[in-house]
Design a protein around this ligand. Structure first.
Ligand code: MN
Length: 128
């Protein structure tokens, strides 16, 4: 079965690019445009992985990560933050909020999927 990724991202261009790259590599992608929709979709679909934008309207990525961690239905799903390189301190805050890793924006089409594969391998290694 294809790995299922939930992408929580408010920017349409970033959603388009990430989804295009992931689907091309055999991932099934579900999309949410804000934190609340993402939390609902995560609980309903239990994806293998969540890619979480930090700069989101109304509820930022840190709050979304904490909410996902706090409910039983989603607490076990690995979260990777997608953070802007310019936002110093984002990564540490993302890890503190319960993300297991981060990928830098802007999304690099040449390395994006490989980075996700690397995080997935780490997750599998950690759970064995
Ligand atoms: Mn954003």
């Amino acid at each position: 079965m294809n790995p299922r990724v939930l992408l929580i991202e408010d920017n349409a261009q970033n959603r388009y690019l990430a989804t295009f790259l992931l689907e091309r590599s055999g991932y099934t992608v579900m999309e949410a445009v804000d934190g609340r929709a993402g939390i609902e979709l995560a609980a309903a679909t239990r994806p293998d992985l969540i890619l979480l934008d930090i700069q989101l309207p109304s509820m930022d990525g840190y709050a979304v990560a904490r909410a996902l961690r706090s409910q039983d239905a989603t607490a076990g799903i690995p979260i990777i933050a997608v953070t802007s390189y310019a936002m110093v301190g984002d990564r540490e805050k993302a890890m503190a909020a319960g993300c297991i890793g981060y990928i830098e924006k802007p999304i690099d089409p040449d390395t994006f999927v490989a980075e996700i594969a690397r995080w997935r391998a780490r997750i599998r290694g950690a759970s064995e």
